[in-house]
Design a protein around this ligand. Structure first.
Ligand SMILES: Nc1nc2c(ncn2[C@@H]2O[C@H](COP(=O)(O)OP(=O)(O)OP(=O)(O)O)[C@@H](O)[C@H]2O)c(=O)[nH]1
Ligand SMILES: [Mg+2]
Length: 267
Protein backbone atom coordinates (compact mmCIF):
# COMPACT_ATOMS: atom_id res chain seq x y z
CA UNK A 1 0.00 0.00 0.00
CA UNK A 2 1.47 3.37 -1.00
CA UNK A 3 1.44 6.00 1.65
CA UNK A 4 -0.26 9.31 1.19
CA UNK A 5 2.92 11.23 0.53
CA UNK A 6 3.98 8.92 -2.30
CA UNK A 7 0.55 9.29 -3.87
CA UNK A 8 0.74 13.03 -3.67
CA UNK A 9 4.22 13.06 -5.22
CA UNK A 10 3.07 10.96 -8.17
CA UNK A 11 -0.03 13.07 -8.66
CA UNK A 12 2.08 16.22 -8.59
CA UNK A 13 4.56 14.82 -11.13
CA UNK A 14 1.79 13.68 -13.49
CA UNK A 15 -0.06 16.95 -13.25
CA UNK A 16 3.09 18.86 -14.07
CA UNK A 17 4.07 16.88 -17.14
CA UNK A 18 0.87 15.34 -18.36
CA UNK A 19 -0.39 18.02 -20.61
CA UNK A 20 0.68 21.06 -22.55
CA UNK A 21 -2.48 22.18 -24.32
CA UNK A 22 -1.96 22.70 -28.04
CA UNK A 23 -3.19 26.11 -29.01
CA UNK A 24 -4.07 27.22 -32.51
CA UNK A 25 -5.03 30.65 -33.79
CA UNK A 26 -6.85 30.66 -37.14
CA UNK A 27 -7.13 33.99 -38.93
CA UNK A 28 -9.79 34.14 -41.67
CA UNK A 29 -9.80 36.80 -44.39
CA UNK A 30 -7.57 39.86 -44.67
CA UNK A 31 -7.83 41.15 -41.10
CA UNK A 32 -7.58 37.64 -39.62
CA UNK A 33 -4.48 36.99 -41.75
CA UNK A 34 -2.81 40.21 -40.58
CA UNK A 35 -3.41 39.28 -36.97
CA UNK A 36 -2.12 35.74 -37.42
CA UNK A 37 1.00 37.15 -39.12
CA UNK A 38 1.68 39.31 -36.10
CA UNK A 39 1.06 36.42 -33.69
CA UNK A 40 3.36 34.15 -35.72
CA UNK A 41 6.25 36.50 -35.00
CA UNK A 42 5.41 37.42 -31.42
CA UNK A 43 3.93 34.36 -29.73
CA UNK A 44 6.03 31.27 -30.04
CA UNK A 45 3.70 29.04 -28.03
CA UNK A 46 0.82 28.92 -30.45
CA UNK A 47 0.37 27.47 -33.89
CA UNK A 48 -0.95 29.87 -36.48
CA UNK A 49 -3.16 29.12 -39.48
CA UNK A 50 -4.10 31.65 -42.15
CA UNK A 51 -7.24 30.96 -44.20
CA UNK A 52 -8.16 33.10 -47.19
CA UNK A 53 -9.75 33.13 -50.63
CA UNK A 54 -7.23 35.79 -51.65
CA UNK A 55 -4.09 34.14 -52.97
CA UNK A 56 -1.98 37.29 -53.21
CA UNK A 57 -2.82 38.24 -49.65
CA UNK A 58 -1.98 34.77 -48.40
CA UNK A 59 1.40 34.90 -50.14
CA UNK A 60 2.41 37.82 -47.96
CA UNK A 61 1.34 36.24 -44.68
CA UNK A 62 3.62 34.31 -42.38
CA UNK A 63 1.92 31.45 -40.56
CA UNK A 64 2.63 27.82 -39.71
CA UNK A 65 -0.08 26.73 -42.14
CA UNK A 66 -1.78 28.68 -44.88
CA UNK A 67 -4.94 27.44 -46.52
CA UNK A 68 -6.19 28.92 -49.75
CA UNK A 69 -9.93 28.20 -49.91
CA UNK A 70 -12.32 28.40 -52.86
CA UNK A 71 -9.70 28.47 -55.59
CA UNK A 72 -12.30 27.07 -58.03
CA UNK A 73 -14.83 29.67 -56.94
CA UNK A 74 -12.98 32.99 -56.65
CA UNK A 75 -9.85 32.03 -58.63
CA UNK A 76 -7.71 33.36 -55.81
CA UNK A 77 -9.34 36.78 -55.92
CA UNK A 78 -11.05 37.16 -52.53
CA UNK A 79 -14.75 36.94 -51.83
CA UNK A 80 -15.56 40.51 -52.93
CA UNK A 81 -17.46 41.38 -49.76
CA UNK A 82 -19.92 38.48 -50.06
CA UNK A 83 -20.07 36.34 -46.89
CA UNK A 84 -22.06 33.63 -48.70
CA UNK A 85 -19.05 33.21 -51.01
CA UNK A 86 -16.66 33.02 -48.05
CA UNK A 87 -18.92 30.46 -46.41
CA UNK A 88 -19.18 28.34 -49.55
CA UNK A 89 -15.39 28.36 -50.00
CA UNK A 90 -14.82 27.35 -46.37
CA UNK A 91 -17.40 24.58 -46.65
CA UNK A 92 -15.64 23.23 -49.74
CA UNK A 93 -12.35 23.19 -47.80
CA UNK A 94 -13.72 21.51 -44.67
CA UNK A 95 -11.40 18.51 -45.04
CA UNK A 96 -8.26 20.68 -45.14
CA UNK A 97 -9.41 22.83 -42.27
CA UNK A 98 -10.31 19.80 -40.17
CA UNK A 99 -6.90 18.23 -40.84
CA UNK A 100 -5.12 21.43 -39.91
CA UNK A 101 -7.03 21.69 -36.62
CA UNK A 102 -7.24 18.08 -35.57
CA UNK A 103 -4.51 18.17 -32.93
CA UNK A 104 -5.62 21.40 -31.28
CA UNK A 105 -6.95 21.54 -27.74
CA UNK A 106 -7.75 25.26 -27.82
CA UNK A 107 -8.72 27.15 -30.97
CA UNK A 108 -9.05 30.89 -31.45
CA UNK A 109 -10.87 31.92 -34.63
CA UNK A 110 -10.07 35.53 -35.55
CA UNK A 111 -11.68 37.57 -38.33
CA UNK A 112 -12.58 41.09 -39.35
CA UNK A 113 -16.33 41.30 -39.97
CA UNK A 114 -18.05 43.04 -42.87
CA UNK A 115 -16.08 41.56 -45.79
CA UNK A 116 -16.71 38.26 -47.56
CA UNK A 117 -14.09 35.75 -46.46
CA UNK A 118 -13.71 36.42 -42.74
CA UNK A 119 -17.43 36.94 -42.16
CA UNK A 120 -18.43 33.82 -44.11
CA UNK A 121 -15.57 31.46 -43.24
CA UNK A 122 -15.08 32.16 -39.52
CA UNK A 123 -18.34 30.45 -38.43
CA UNK A 124 -17.46 27.38 -40.53
CA UNK A 125 -13.98 27.17 -38.99
CA UNK A 126 -15.49 27.58 -35.53
CA UNK A 127 -17.99 24.83 -36.26
CA UNK A 128 -15.18 22.47 -37.29
CA UNK A 129 -13.21 23.31 -34.13
CA UNK A 130 -16.31 22.52 -32.09
CA UNK A 131 -16.79 19.21 -33.89
CA UNK A 132 -13.21 18.35 -32.95
CA UNK A 133 -14.05 19.11 -29.31
CA UNK A 134 -11.50 21.89 -29.02
CA UNK A 135 -12.16 24.65 -26.51
CA UNK A 136 -13.13 27.29 -29.05
CA UNK A 137 -13.07 31.07 -28.87
CA UNK A 138 -13.93 33.58 -31.58
CA UNK A 139 -12.54 37.09 -31.82
CA UNK A 140 -14.54 39.25 -34.25
CA UNK A 141 -13.52 42.76 -35.25
CA UNK A 142 -16.32 45.17 -36.11
CA UNK A 143 -15.61 47.49 -39.05
CA UNK A 144 -15.26 51.25 -38.67
CA UNK A 145 -18.59 53.15 -38.62
CA UNK A 146 -17.51 54.99 -41.76
CA UNK A 147 -17.47 51.70 -43.65
CA UNK A 148 -21.26 52.03 -43.89
CA UNK A 149 -23.09 48.92 -45.12
CA UNK A 150 -20.30 46.67 -43.84
CA UNK A 151 -21.75 47.25 -40.37
CA UNK A 152 -24.92 45.32 -41.23
CA UNK A 153 -22.96 42.50 -42.87
CA UNK A 154 -20.78 42.39 -39.75
CA UNK A 155 -23.78 42.18 -37.45
CA UNK A 156 -25.11 39.15 -39.29
CA UNK A 157 -21.65 37.57 -39.27
CA UNK A 158 -21.34 38.02 -35.53
CA UNK A 159 -24.79 36.47 -35.02
CA UNK A 160 -23.70 33.44 -37.07
CA UNK A 161 -20.46 33.22 -35.13
CA UNK A 162 -22.28 33.39 -31.81
CA UNK A 163 -24.47 30.47 -32.88
CA UNK A 164 -21.28 28.41 -33.10
CA UNK A 165 -19.21 29.90 -30.30
CA UNK A 166 -20.63 31.14 -27.05
CA UNK A 167 -17.23 32.60 -26.22
CA UNK A 168 -17.24 35.23 -28.96
CA UNK A 169 -15.36 38.40 -28.17
CA UNK A 170 -16.19 41.46 -30.27
CA UNK A 171 -13.64 44.24 -30.72
CA UNK A 172 -14.43 47.61 -32.30
CA UNK A 173 -12.19 49.16 -34.92
CA UNK A 174 -13.85 52.49 -34.00
CA UNK A 175 -12.17 52.23 -30.66
CA UNK A 176 -8.87 52.65 -32.50
CA UNK A 177 -9.92 56.06 -33.77
CA UNK A 178 -9.96 57.36 -30.20
CA UNK A 179 -6.68 55.72 -29.35
CA UNK A 180 -4.77 56.31 -32.49
CA UNK A 181 -4.58 60.10 -32.65
CA UNK A 182 -2.30 61.02 -35.51
CA UNK A 183 -1.01 57.53 -36.20
CA UNK A 184 -1.46 55.73 -39.52
CA UNK A 185 -4.02 52.99 -40.12
CA UNK A 186 -1.21 50.43 -39.93
CA UNK A 187 -0.08 51.71 -36.56
CA UNK A 188 -3.69 51.70 -35.31
CA UNK A 189 -4.19 48.12 -36.44
CA UNK A 190 -1.03 47.20 -34.56
CA UNK A 191 -2.77 48.34 -31.36
CA UNK A 192 -5.55 45.78 -31.91
CA UNK A 193 -3.03 43.11 -32.87
CA UNK A 194 -1.12 43.64 -29.62
CA UNK A 195 -4.35 43.60 -27.68
CA UNK A 196 -5.49 40.32 -29.26
CA UNK A 197 -2.09 38.79 -28.66
CA UNK A 198 -2.33 39.70 -24.99
CA UNK A 199 -5.90 38.46 -24.75
CA UNK A 200 -4.95 35.10 -26.25
CA UNK A 201 -2.00 34.85 -23.87
CA UNK A 202 -4.09 35.49 -20.77
CA UNK A 203 -7.01 33.26 -21.84
CA UNK A 204 -4.55 30.47 -22.58
CA UNK A 205 -2.90 30.82 -19.21
CA UNK A 206 -6.26 30.58 -17.49
CA UNK A 207 -7.42 27.60 -19.51
CA UNK A 208 -4.11 25.84 -18.98
CA UNK A 209 -4.46 26.25 -15.24
CA UNK A 210 -8.03 24.94 -15.36
CA UNK A 211 -6.97 21.95 -17.45
CA UNK A 212 -4.11 21.21 -15.09
CA UNK A 213 -6.41 21.38 -12.10
CA UNK A 214 -8.98 19.13 -13.75
CA UNK A 215 -6.29 16.60 -14.60
CA UNK A 216 -4.83 16.82 -11.11
CA UNK A 217 -8.24 16.00 -9.63
CA UNK A 218 -8.87 13.14 -12.05
CA UNK A 219 -5.45 11.65 -11.44
CA UNK A 220 -5.85 11.99 -7.70
CA UNK A 221 -9.23 10.22 -7.84
CA UNK A 222 -7.82 7.43 -9.97
CA UNK A 223 -5.11 6.88 -7.38
CA UNK A 224 -7.60 6.49 -4.56
CA UNK A 225 -8.39 2.94 -5.65
CA UNK A 226 -5.01 1.54 -6.59
CA UNK A 227 -2.12 0.43 -4.48
CA UNK A 228 0.72 0.41 -6.93
CA UNK A 229 1.44 2.13 -10.19
CA UNK A 230 3.75 0.11 -12.33
CA UNK A 231 4.24 2.01 -15.52
CA UNK A 232 2.58 5.34 -15.04
CA UNK A 233 5.20 7.43 -16.74
CA UNK A 234 4.41 11.05 -17.40
CA UNK A 235 3.71 11.59 -21.08
CA UNK A 236 4.04 14.75 -23.04
CA UNK A 237 1.50 15.73 -25.66
CA UNK A 238 2.99 15.40 -29.16
CA UNK A 239 3.93 18.55 -31.02
CA UNK A 240 1.27 19.79 -33.40
CA UNK A 241 2.08 18.34 -36.77
CA UNK A 242 2.70 20.56 -39.75
CA UNK A 243 0.54 19.65 -42.69
CA UNK A 244 2.23 19.85 -46.07
CA UNK A 245 0.11 20.20 -49.18
CA UNK A 246 0.88 18.03 -52.14
CA UNK A 247 3.04 19.85 -54.58
CA UNK A 248 0.66 20.83 -57.36
CA UNK A 249 0.60 23.71 -59.80
CA UNK A 250 -1.81 25.43 -57.41
CA UNK A 251 0.81 25.55 -54.70
CA UNK A 252 2.22 29.00 -54.24
CA UNK A 253 5.97 29.43 -54.33
CA UNK A 254 6.90 31.25 -51.17
CA UNK A 255 9.71 33.74 -51.00
CA UNK A 256 10.53 32.52 -47.48
CA UNK A 257 12.86 29.75 -46.39
CA UNK A 258 10.81 26.55 -46.32
CA UNK A 259 11.75 25.75 -42.74
CA UNK A 260 9.94 28.88 -41.62
CA UNK A 261 6.95 28.90 -43.93
CA UNK A 262 5.28 25.67 -44.98
CA UNK A 263 3.45 25.29 -48.24
CA UNK A 264 0.20 27.06 -48.78
CA UNK A 265 -2.57 24.53 -48.89
CA UNK A 266 -4.79 24.89 -51.85
CA UNK A 267 -8.08 23.31 -52.69
N1 LIG B 1 -8.07 45.63 -36.85
C1 LIG B 1 -7.98 45.36 -38.16
N2 LIG B 1 -9.10 45.44 -38.92
C2 LIG B 1 -8.98 45.19 -40.24
C3 LIG B 1 -7.74 44.85 -40.85
N3 LIG B 1 -7.95 44.64 -42.18
C4 LIG B 1 -9.28 44.84 -42.37
N4 LIG B 1 -9.90 45.18 -41.21
C5 LIG B 1 -11.34 45.34 -40.95
O1 LIG B 1 -11.97 44.09 -41.23
C6 LIG B 1 -13.05 44.26 -42.14
C7 LIG B 1 -13.08 43.07 -43.07
O2 LIG B 1 -12.00 43.23 -43.99
P1 LIG B 1 -11.14 42.01 -44.54
O3 LIG B 1 -10.73 41.12 -43.42
O4 LIG B 1 -10.06 42.58 -45.37
O5 LIG B 1 -12.22 41.28 -45.44
P2 LIG B 1 -12.14 39.78 -45.97
O6 LIG B 1 -12.63 38.87 -44.91
O7 LIG B 1 -10.79 39.52 -46.54
O8 LIG B 1 -13.26 39.80 -47.11
P3 LIG B 1 -13.11 39.74 -48.74
O9 LIG B 1 -11.88 40.52 -49.08
O10 LIG B 1 -14.38 40.35 -49.20
O11 LIG B 1 -13.00 38.31 -49.08
C8 LIG B 1 -12.77 45.60 -42.81
O12 LIG B 1 -13.98 46.21 -43.18
C9 LIG B 1 -12.01 46.41 -41.78
O13 LIG B 1 -12.88 47.12 -40.93
C10 LIG B 1 -6.60 44.78 -40.01
O14 LIG B 1 -5.48 44.47 -40.44
N5 LIG B 1 -6.78 45.03 -38.68
MG1 LIG C 1 -9.94 39.97 -48.46
Amino acid sequence: MMNRTENEQIVAALSRDLIEPRITVVGCGGAGNNIVHSIYWSNKNVETIAVNTDEAKLEGVDAHKRILIGKDVTHGQGAGGFPEVGELCANMARGFIRDALKNSDIVFVVAGMGGGTGTGAAPVVAEIANELNAVTFAIAINPFSYEGSRQEVAKQGIDRLRQQVERTIVLENDYLLNLAGDSTVGESFAVIERFINKLIGSLNARISRELQEQIRIEVAEAFLDIDTVESAKPTRAPMAEILYAESTSDTIETPFPSKDIPEILSR
